[in-house]
Design a binder for this molecule. Sequence first.
Ligand SMILES: [Zn+2]
Length: 89
Amino acid sequence: MGWKSERQLLDLDPGLRIEFNCEPGGCGSAAKPTVEEVIRKFAARGVEEPQQLYLDEVEARLTCRNCRRRMVILNVDEDQAEAFQGGMP
Ligand SMILES: [Zn+2]
């Protein structure tokens, strides 16, 4: 639900970083690959048109390398773009 089900990878700038974390109660591992890296990773696994995956689908396909629990998307690092829109102090 929410923003994760409304955004596809292709909606995001390829250079943006997506913050993943092992699910609450897991081992606490985190990863911050770029959108482009995520697309490449799925393509390498044989996913067709990985750029069309919604963020919640990306989440559902990832497991933690350490403990094999679910990975959760915390945030997409768009802070810089938003800061520019806010203007100078
Ligand atoms: Zn983990």
